[in-house]
Design a protein around this ligand. Structure first.
Ligand code: B3K
Ligand code: ZN
Length: 885
């Protein structure tokens, strides 16, 4: 816990380090009640910083200094200065060695940063600034060093001793202890350091790289999970091949390891050669993990693997550049997932997520640019903006340069900067140089926060056969108050004629038409593009594939949206037309509800979805996506003032109407797919994901009918499924139904069956936390007393509290403020032992400006109560203080 006043750090203050660390030699002696860390740092003055020998200021937190030696002379207390966060020494020559010994306490480290224990095993998490909790160091990413690591521990409890790189020696020690030494030949910053010691089993495989080198692949887990690693291993091998084929990137060490741990603050970590994963991002098999969990494992394994090049070989100069590695790597993993599964469905899911959550972040008090220019606590900046919007920014470069041009740029980037710590500017420069283009204006995407709006209007001149589209861009003010200049917005578009055919696109001034779908760049505040040879009034299909992260508006009427749903050649835009239609219809219902009128659903939505549902040629996953109404969270995001009850009631009303009106069609598709499920063993592949997705969304609609045959079907699916995807959906529909007796029985039998599997129990918690039936908070409070709940375990907190506050909006936003009070109490408690998780859970309260004045006051009061609660971590302090500013 901090005692110093949190302070703002600015990008403009960046300076290269005064000293460099060429070699880092670490020895860890692990014990049950403390651990000792001996570090030998081979250092020199950074020639970039010129002559002179300024003091050497090493970072260190929560370390008990036992000894320090500078250039072979042991120092006494007067020879150095110690503060809460630093150790300062005075070097006497340009090159020297620093040796320190410190005592640390992984066994009581509940923040899960630095060296800590997860269950019985030791593990580390160093990014961003956790290494300073292990030893005194220059803990910044532009200090890259060659590491050797020796781990010494008791042999019986910790038979497996791992660190980065290749194993070079091991042997027995005294008193039943043993040791192992690892050497990492690649220079790396300290945030990529890792150590694991535990009683682990491993699944082993191998991969032959494009230059025919053999790489050993190992996934380490606790013994009871050894049967749940195959999917992650398959995903790893696919990722390695894909990165060779698509980016020309080959793996570089002789061994690649993944370790699964149960207590982890996020998904996973890309430590060099030794990725450490939240067990939820590794373990997957049919009986215990859903299709979504399988796809998440595949994506995260790929993401961490891809970091080996985008992050590790080429790393960040400073933490303001975080999106350099994260935005790019998300873009890479999205490309991989698209290639492994359905590209359109992947895009739909990513965009729905971005629009709901990143747009909300961008409109809230924590809004920041993809490359922020200040922060208090870097852990707060692992955000949707840095990751997801950062990926969109890289994606726009890809769109502007084309796949070939982008590949030339990435090749140049990796070649030019291998082994370096660089900036987002260096990335863009490589793209520019490889393609001979100027991206100066484009770079505003890195420095300007906020979601741009793009209002589009049309005009058709029948006599001249010209069709003009006028684009007006603007960007709302964000807390940084930075003036917004026009962005470069790539808009992919097409024009449809009245039969739904695509029209050849020729802009005024062009000699000939250039295809039927093309990208235009909007670069000015207002800009008009005129198409010629347009024989009839067309219907535009705009922002195909969501070619830029903007809020586009065009005055479509509902019939036009239905037309696009059927005829647009762009799958993403077909879905998006359906979403826009649903939004219009739902907003109408919300308005009816607010005026106290009786609710009437526009029958066009029913008939549009009926058409979708009866189209057997459509990818079933697409059908499932098109049947999914915009979420309450998204409807909240697009509201001026979100009316919690009206949004919930309108959406539930629409769902019930759709269920009643589409019953036959839903029932047919449900039964056909459930029959197939019964005949086919579980396969984790796109076509099967698609079939189950449609089956499950059909079931959740059908259940709203309350018909006994549907209840019987849900119970049948719950009891007989061989996989978690079907079983969990059946449980969820029962939990959200009025059938109290069946619900209670299902919950009890599920818990009894899976009580020893913590990841499955997380899903059991989430399903209940997400139930929008009245009494949500009481249910969540009761579940916190359940023996499987543990507030110290981040997965449990996310499964129960995160699901409640983030997804169960009608209960969380109860008008009496009880949900807010509950969350604030929890944040205050979490702040005491895990600041990163506390700060994450706080997010729903930061959105207070979206709600009515009564709720605003209640939410603000809770934020103020947190602020006044005493010793706040810098993590929580930053989010709360910015939210109240
Ligand atoms: N780089 C890590 C995230 C570290 C978060 C530190 N608070 C995982 C990832 O993005 O791959
Ligand atoms: Zn990452």
């Amino acid at each position: 816990m901090r005692t110093e006043q949190p302070k703002m750090i600015y990008l403009k203050d960046y300076q290269a380090p005064e000293y460099l660390i060429d070699e880092t030699h670490l020895t860890f002696e692990l014990f049950e009640d403390h651990s000792l860390v001996h570090a030998q740092l081979v250092m020199r003055r950074n020639p970039e910083r010129g002559p002179g020998l300024p003091p050497l200021v090493l970072d260190g937190q929560q370390l008990e200094l036992l000894s320090v030696t500078l250039a072979d002379r042991e120092l006494s207390a007067g020879d150095y200065q110690l503060t809460e966060n630093t150790l300062t020494l005075q070097p006497a020559s340009e090159s020297f060695t620093v040796d320190t010994s410190v005592r640390i306490h992984p066994e009581t480290n509940t923040a899960l940063e630095g060296l800590y224990k997860s269950g019985t095993m030791f593990c580390t998490q160093c990014e961003a600034e956790g290494f300073r909790k292990i030893t005194y160091y220059l803990d910044r990413p532009d200090v890259m060093s060659k590491f050797t690591t020796t781990v010494v521990a008791e042999q019986h409890s910790y038979p497996v001793l791992l660190s980065n790189g290749n194993p070079i020696a091991s042997g027995p020690g005294e008193d039943g202890r043993h040791w192992a030494t690892w050497e990492d030949p690649f220079m790396k910053p300290a945030y990529l350091f890792a150590l694991v010691a535990g009683d682990l089993w491993c699944v082993e495989d191998s991969f032959t790289t494009m230059t025919k080198r053999n790489v050993a692949l190992r996934i380490y887990v606790e013994p009871e999970n050894i049967d749940k690693c195959q999917h992650a291993m398959n995903s790893l091998k696919k990722s390695m091949r894909w990165d060779e084929e698509v980016y020309g990137r080959e793996y570089d060490l002789d061994i690649f390891m993944i370790v699964a741990v149960n207590d982890f603050n996020m998904g996973a970590m890309e430590n060099k050669g030794l990725n450490i994963f939240n067990s939820s991002a590794v373990l997957a098999r049919a009986e215990t993990a859903t299709d979504a969990a399988h796809q998440r494992v595949e994506a995260i394994v790929a993401h961490e693997y891809f970091h080996n090049w985008s992050g590790n070989r080429v790393t960040c100069r400073d933490w303001f550049q975080l999106s350099l590695k994260e935005g790019f790597t998300v873009f890479r993993d999205a490309g991989f997932s698209s290639d492994m599964n359905s590209a359109t469905v992947k895009r739909i899911q990513d965009v729905a997520y971005l629009r709901t959550h990143q747009f909300a972040e961008d409109a809230g008090p924590m809004a920041h640019a993809v490359r922020p220019d200040s922060f208090i606590e870097i852990s707060n900046f692992y955000t949707l903006t840095v990751y997801e919007k950062g990926s969109e920014v890289v994606g726009m470069i890809h769109t502007l340069l084309g796949a070939g041009g982008f590949r030339k740029g990435s090749d140049l980037y990796f070649e030019r900067h291998d082994g370096q710590a660089v900036t987002c500017d260096d990335f863009v420069k490589a793209m520019e140089d490889a393609n001979g283009v100027d991206l100066t204006q484009f770079k505003r995407w890195y420095s300007q926060a906020g979601t741009p709006r793009l209002a589009v209007s049309e005009s058709y001149d029948a006599a001249a056969k010209t069709y003009s589209l006028t684009f007006r861009q603007s960007c709302p003010e964000t807390p940084d108050k930075v003036e917004k200049l026009p962005f470069v917005i790539p808009v992919e578009l097409g024009l449809l004629d009245s039969k739904g055919n695509e029209i050849a696109l020729r802009l005024a001034g062009e000699a000939s038409a250039q295809g039927t779908s093309r990208v235009i760049s909007v670069t000015e505040a207002e800009q008009t593009f005129t198409f010629v040879d347009i024989a009839e009034q067309p219907l535009p299909s705009l922002l195909r594939g969501f070619s830029a992260p903007v809020k586009l508006s065009f005055p479509y009427n509902r019939d036009q949206l239905m037309f696009l749903m059927q005829h647009d050649s762009d799958g993403f835009n077909r879905w998006d037309a359906g979403q826009q239609l649903s939004v219009q219809v739902l907003q109408e219902l919300i308005a009816q509800q607010q005026k106290g009128e009786s609710l009437v659903l526009d029958p066009r939505l029913v008939s549009a979805l009926k058409t979708v549902l009866s189209d057997e040629s459509l990818d079933q996953a697409m059908v499932a996506e098109m049947l999914s109404l915009p979420s309450e969270a998204y409807l909240t995001e697009i509201s001026e003032v979100a009316d919690v009850e009206a949004i919930h009631n309108a959406r539930e009303f629409a769902r019930k109407q759709l269920a009643d009106n589409l019953f036959e069609a839903l029932w047919l598709r449900y039964q056909a797919n459930r029959d197939l499920s019964k005949q086919t063993p579980y396969v984790a592949e796109a076509e099967h994901f698609a079939r189950r997705a449609l089956q499950n969304i059909a079931l959740s609609y059908l259940m709203l009918s309350g018909k006994p045959e549907v209840l019987a079907a849900a119970l049948e699916q719950f009891e007989n499924s061989d996989n978690m995807t079907e079983r969990l959906t059946a449980l969820a529909v029962l939990v959200n139904s009025p059938f109290e007796e069946q619900k209670a029985l299902a919950l009890a039998s599920f818990a009894e069956h899976f009580k020893d599997n913590p990841l499955v129990m997380d899903q059991w918690f989430s399903v209940q936390a997400g139930s929008t039936l009245p009494g949500g908070l009481a249910r969540v409070k009761a579940l916190m007393q359940h023996p499987a709940f543990n507030i110290k375990n981040p997965n449990k907190v996310r499964a129960l509290v995160g699901a409640f506050a983030g997804q169960n909006l009608i209960n969380f936003h109860a008008a009496d403020g009880s949900g807010y009070r509950f969350l604030a109490d929890l944040v205050i408690e979490l702040n005491g032992f895990n600041p990163q998780i506390a700060s994450r859970q706080l997010a729903p309260l930061t959105r207070w400006r979206k709600y009515d004045t009564a709720r605003q006051a209640l939410m603000k009061a809770e934020l103020e109560r947190i602020l006044a609660s005493g010793q706040l971590s810098s993590d929580v302090y930053e989010v709360v203080s910015k939210s109240l500013a």
